[in-house]
Design a protein around this ligand. Structure first.
Ligand code: FAD
Ligand code: NAD
Length: 467
């Protein structure tokens, strides 16, 4: 079978690329080695983690804030089996939706492991046995990533686990030890802390979410400490052993003291590694980057072989679903002869804890390092009427603007519904708005979004109204 485009991998990068190719009139096939479409994001990533975050938030509110709201409920209990069942149903509906979209767009689908025979031919080894070959002028590699393993701390899938198993526990841990204070650790740590687990985070750096603006990590740590989570920062994990249901984790403190942690589960969340095993890249002369095993690409996301592109987690850049989606569209349009563009500086980053953390553009640390002249405006949610009404007063919005032109250079938020609120900042920055532009735009009252307007006013000329 001959195609214009073959896509390998059906995560948010792959399936979006396939749909956009089909929309542009290209005859398209997609290959997925698992039985469902959607990749990490839909099956064991974004969607299931958000389903559990939402369920655990309901439980936490029922046990912590309902009484103050004047709602008395008796005997609120966690039913973890039902929680996981609902999460699985959400996943099934969402992955089923992709199957529908493939049919609707007349994309041919193949189940099996795809590998390069030559630069135009892909062998598909079906999981049910049997092999077939298909060919195309263009091939898009969208094979994603897998959890990074620490060589001295191997996961066993039962007690020392990755995010995949943490999304399917059959009990609430008594003590969950988390290695890595990044996005996965803090989101899944929040789930189990809300459900009553003791949670200890061991982080190598001196801050949680260390790659985001430093203000956010500090504020988030305060909120998660209130939730009961404990943090061992600048601590180095050295190993872990399992005995029955007990996990013992050994850690070196910054002063070199040995710390021993005992728990019933240890979640290793120290990043993800690009996944390209079994692709047969050696048959077409593509060599991986030494660091991170990523597939090297040029500015058109084309590999060293003409007509072969790579997108998403398997290449450089942020490992985010919406970054992979943009790249899927970009490559489809490039193949169709268009001249698309991605502004990587304006890909937002979100952490779905409560309060939510969201960020776009330059961090204050990056601006300092670049030697840029900038001004700052912040607005705390405790000064927001809407936040007081909903009892969500933790956090703030910080706007960084160019000292001379007033153009917004970065927006960093932590607070209620910031995951949704960051979209306004992205739009503003795509249109190169100034802080004063945002300050002069009407924002509905009372909404959380007023905090962005107020922070922008504060950055403009210290003109915030409510502080
Ligand atoms: P993937 O989604 O990893 O998909 C790759 C697909 O390729 C897989 O289905 C794989 O089976 C298939 N494949 C691999 N090799 C072959 C082969 N040889 N033949 C056939 N098929 C193959 N990002 C966000 O933006 N927001 C979030 O809230 C978020 N939450 C997350 C929560 C968790 C717990 C995790 C683990 C990740 C989360 N992410 C989130 C990250 C997000 O899931 C990834 O950035 C995204 O899935 C990357 O998309 P992709 O298309 O590059 O690859
Ligand atoms: P991460 O890079 O976000 O965090 C890993 C953390 O582990 C870092 O803070 C790092 O300093 C720390 N670390 C590394 N080695 C360590 C060690 N030996 N001991 C202690 N700490 C160590 O990675 P992650 O949380 O595993 O997530 C993987 C990817 O998935 C990320 O790139 C992220 O973008 C994506 N993701 C995104 C979302 C979201 O957008 N909401 C949610 C989950 C995952």
């Amino acid at each position: 079978m001959q195609y214009d485009v073959i896509v390998i991998g059906s995560g948010p990068g792959g399936y979006v690329a396939a749909i956009r190719c089909a929309q542009l009139g290209l005859k398209t096939a997609i290959i997925e080695k698992y039985t469902t479409f959607g990749g990490t994001c839909l099956n064991v990533g974004c969607i299931p983690s958000k389903a559990l975050l939402d369920s655990s938030e309901h439980y936490h509110n029922a046990t912590h804030t309902f009484t103050e709201h004047g709602i008395d409920v008796k005997e609120v209990k966690v039913n973890i089996k039902q929680m996981i069942k609902r999460k699985n149903e959400v996943v099934d509906q969402t992955t089923g939706g992709i199957t529908f979209l493939m049919k609707k767009n007349k994309i041919d689908t193949f189940e099996g492991l795809g590998s390069f025979k030559d630069k135009n031919t892909i062998k598909i080894a079906s999981t049910k046995g049997g092999e077939q070959e298909i060919t195309a002028k263009n091939i898009i590699i969208a094979t994603g990533s897998k959890p990074t393993e620490l060589p001295f701390l191997k996961t066993d899938g039962k007690r020392i686990i990755t995010s995949t198993e943490a999304l399917n526990l059959t009990e609430v841990p008594k003590h969950l030890i988390l290695i890595g204070g990044g996005v996965i650790g803090l989101e899944l740590g929040s789930v189990y802390a809300r459900l009553g687990a003791e949670v200890t985070v061991v982080e190598f750096m001196d801050a949680i979410i260390p790659t985001m603006d430093k203000t956010l990590g500090k504020e988030l740590q305060k909120s998660l400490t209130k939730l009961g989570m404990k943090f061992l920062l600048s601590h180095k994990v050295t190993g872990a052993t399992v005995k029955g249901k007990k996990v013992t984790v050994t850690v070196d403190s910054p002063k070199g003291e040995k710390v021993v942690l005992e728990g019933d589960y240890c979640l290793v969340a120290v990043g993800r590694t690009a996944y390209s095993e079994g692709l047969g890249l050696e048959n077409i002369g593509i060599t991986l980057e030494e660091r991170g095993k990523k597939i090297p690409v040029n500015e058109h996301l084309e590999t060293s072989v003409k007509g072969i592109y790579a997108i998403g987690d398997v290449i450089k850049g942020a490992m985010l679903a919406h970054k992979a989606e943009e790249e899927g569209t970009f490559v489809a349009e490039t193949i169709a002869g268009q001249k698309p563009h991605i502004n990587y500086n304006l890909i937002p980053g979100v952490v779905y804890t409560w309060p939510e953390v969201a960020s776009v553009g330059y961090t204050e640390e990056q601006l300092k390092e670049k030697g840029s002249k900038y001004k700052t405006g912040t607005f705390p949610f405790k000064a927001s009427g809407r936040a007081r009404a909903s009892m969500d007063t933790d956090g703030l919005v910080k706007v960084l603007a160019d000292a001379e032109t007033d153009e917004i250079l970065g927006v960093h938020m932590i607070g209620p519904r910031c995951a949704d609120m960051i979209a306004e900042a992205v739009v503003a920055m795509e249109f190169r708005a100034s802080a004063e532009d945002i300050g002069r735009i009407s924002h509905a009252h009372p909404t959380f979004t007023e905090a962005f307007k107020e922070a922008a006013l504060a950055a403009t000329d210290n003109r915030a109204i409510h502080i």
